[in-house]
Design a protein around this ligand. Structure first.
Ligand SMILES: Nc1ncnc2c1ncn2[C@@H]1O[C@H](COP(=O)(O)OP(=O)(O)O)[C@@H](O)[C@H]1O
Ligand SMILES: [Mg+2]
Length: 668
């Protein structure tokens, strides 16, 4: 059962396994990518928000340092102002003593300025610049408030002329030329001349509560690094990242760095550089705190900025701390890298597992595919061997079941085919036989009519001849030529009469007289006639009779049939041989079979179809009439039976008379 090529397997694009692995790979890739992106954001955000929280906290520390310094100045100024000896000297106008004493206080406590005014705000002692006195300081916000008995401290912008009054060097210290800074907001000027000062003032009051004047002092923050360095020391310690200090603190005057430990490219303190525009807008212009990343001098920092306000709550500068963002980013990247490597390893491991897992799934499928191919080639005995107890196992089982059914159906088909063939052959043979019978019957009927006509015409004259020749024979003397001739006439005429009788018998057979008959008996009676005849003396007769039921038939006619067949057999054996007569019931065909088997010369093939023709004989003239089998045929046919002939030339022949056990109605 070879299949046409178009129904064979189509060529595959991808194997099932490749598809499975590819789809898993796609899931892993997409999932991995998404988790990488989310993970990266998460790690960064967590790390940076932690850093931001720390920086916010650091700014609070910076404020503490800043305010502590302010408080120190305030304490120094107020304590000095409360000194009895100071009151004394003021009351007695001892300027020399005051100058000496206050100057000592100033240097001792590290103040940049310490100046004393009278009760109207006019300077009487200026310790840093003793030559310049008498100017009016009552307009100064801090001094003005101290004129009403008060002690106060505040950051303050000090203009250049004021700085010059307090000391030429202070003005110089404050002066800063702007250094061009990326991302800074543009400004019309390019220098700063004023300074940012932590300033405290206290009213000098004597025992009688009489204000004697105002003592004020301060520290200029420009180019002074005490506060920022201390913040750094407290907050960031010695933290370094790749040789760079990570923590920075800065004091801004406006947007200008006046005190810082953030460094520029050359590693110098980045004073004179300015704040990025973005932060300036938020902190200086709007007064917000800034807690975010910001670009500081040359790098990104995690930062916290808060405005510095003067006594009138005006924003005059900014206090800042920040830590380099890079270490956090690097840590985040390192984390992400590790994470990615682990994820990749997991993916590889998963793929390996998948590779073997798919093999387990695919292998049974492959064996099913092989099985289908085998079955398509016609190997219906092939079975799939899959032991797995899952869907594939079920598939294999159903498949085997299907093949089993297919095989059974196929076998049945083949069987039907052969049966059909056999049946067709049988029917064909039957038809042929029937046709042969018909032809034979027609032929016989035609010949019968002819023979009957002739016989009838000849019978009467023959009778006359026979009577007259007998009369003549009675009158003739014995042992004369006439007597012998007459005897020959009588003999030959008798023969003719017999032939004519046979002809008539054949042509107009008598209706059989049906009675229940034992066929074995009938055969024996036929045999008994020949027992003493010369022809049978050297013939061995073997009888093989079975028990037979009686059948309704004409015993006399059947005996004639058997006689004819027995004589023919004896003649074929030329009086020497074995004649076997066998009778039995053929149950299947519901008939009795009487077989006569001789060891005679047999029948040539070309004669076989003509055996039952009347006058067909192979015997020499005067010996056979060729009517024996023709008459027998007629008789058996009347009994609804038939005669079968088998023969082999040189070995012998078998004539079988077949008689039905139950005859059908004549009508049928
Ligand atoms: N047992 C037999 N063996 C060989 N040939 C036979 C046998 N029976 C019949 N025949 C042949 O059939 C022919 C016809 O037989 P039959 O009708 O009895 O006529 P006849 O015996 O008068 O020739 C015979 O001439 C003979 O050739
Ligand atoms: Mg004969």
């Amino acid at each position: 059962m070879e299949l046409p090529p178009q129904t064979r397997m189509r060529s595959r694009q991808f194997s099932l396994r490749t598809k499975l692995i590819l789809s898993f790979l796609a899931v892993i890739a997409v999932g991995g990518l998404i988790s990488l992106i989310i993970g990266r954001r998460l790690v960064r955000n967590t790390l940076i928000s932690q850093a931001q929280a720390k920086v916010n906290h650091d700014l609070a520390s910076a404020w503490m340092v800043f305010n502590e310094k302010l408080q120190d100045i305030k304490d120094t100024v107020s304590l000095t102002a409360a000194r009895e000896s100071l009151h004394e000297a003021i009351r007695n106008n001892r300027t020399e003593v005051l100058l000496r004493y206050l100057n000592r206080v100033r240097t001792q406590y590290g103040l940049d300025i310490l100046t004393l005014t009278d009760s109207r705000g006019r300077v009487i002692v200026r310790t840093r610049n003793p030559g310049v006195i008498g100017d009016d300081q009552s307009e100064d916000e801090v001094v003005r408030r101290a004129l009403q008995p008060n002690v106060l401290a505040s950051p303050q912008i000090v203009p250049r002329e004021e700085l010059l009054r307090e000391g030429q060097d202070l003005a110089e210290q404050a002066y800063l030329e702007f250094i061009p800074t990326p991302k800074a907001a543009p400004r019309p000027e390019n220098e700063e001349t004023s300074g940012l000062m932590l300033k405290a003032a206290a009213t000098v009051i004597d025992e009688s509560n009489e204000p004697l004047g105002v003592l004020y002092g301060g520290i200029l923050l420009n180019r002074k690094y005490e506060i920022v360095d201390r913040v750094k020391e407290i907050v960031f310690k010695e933290e370094k990242y790749k040789g760079r200090e990570t923590g920075t603190a800065t004091i801004f005057q406006g947007d200008l760095r006046i005190s810082t430990n953030a460094t520029d490219q050359e590693g110098k303190r980045a004073i004179g550089t300015r704040l990025s525009e973005e932060v300036k807008k938020a902190v200086l212009d709007k007064g917000w705190a800034w807690n975010d990343r910001a670009f500081v001098v040359r790098d990104w920092y995690i930062t916290a900025y808060e405005p510095i306000k003067n006594i009138d709550e005006e924003i005059i500068g900014i206090l800042y701390v920040g830590t380099l963002e890079k270490p956090y980013i690097d840590t985040a990247n390192r984390l992400m890298f590790t994470f990615t490597v682990i994820a990749l390893l997991c993916a590889v491991f998963l793929l390996i597992v998948l590779y073997f897992a798919t093999a387990r799934i695919i292998k049974p499928l492959q064996s099913i595919v092989l099985a289908t191919q085998e079955i398509a080639r016609g190997g219906l005995d092939h079975r799939v061997e899959v032991q797995s107890r899952d869907e594939i196992g079920d598939l294999a089982a159903s498949f085997n079941q299907m093949t089993e059914r297919l095989k059974a159906a196929n076998e049945k088909l083949v069987e039907w085919g052969t049966t059909l063939e056999k049946k067709v052959k049988e029917r064909t043979r039957e038809l042929e036989e029937m046709q042969a019978h018909l032809i034979q019957s027609e032929k016989l009927a035609g010949l019968g009519k002819l023979a009957a006509g002739i016989a009838h015409e000849i019978n009467n004259p023959l009778g006359g001849i026979l009577i007259y020749s007998h009369l003549l024979l009675e009158d003739a003397k014995k042992d004369t030529v006439q007597y012998d001739n007459l005897k020959k006439i009588v003999k030959e005429t008798t023969r003719c009469k017999n032939i004519v009788k046979g002809l008539l018998e054949f042509a107009r057979p008598k209706e059989p007289e049906m009675t229940p008959t034992d066929i074995n008996d009938t055969v024996k009676r036929a045999l008994s006639i020949f027992e003493r005849q010369a022809l049978f003396q050297n013939i061995e007769i073997r009888l093989d009779f079975s028990e037979l039921p009686k059948i309704v038939s004409d015993a006399a006619q059947l005996q004639q049939v058997f006689t004819n067949i027995i004589v023919n057999a004896a003649e074929a054996m030329e009086g020497n041989g074995v004649l076997t007569i066998k009778t039995y019931v053929n149950c299947e065909a519901e008939c009795i079979r009487v077989e006569f088997t001789d060891t005679g010369h047999g029948i040539k093939e070309e004669y076989r179809s003509r055996l039952f023709e009347p006058f067909f004989t192979t015997k020499e003239v005067g010996k056979g009439t060729g009517l024996g089998l023709a008459i027998s045929y007629g008789i058996v046919q009347k009994h609804q039976g038939s005669i079968e002939v088998r023969s082999e030339v040189g070995k012998g022949s078998t004539f079988t008379v077949i008689l039905p056990l139950n005859r059908k109605n004549a009508d049928e």
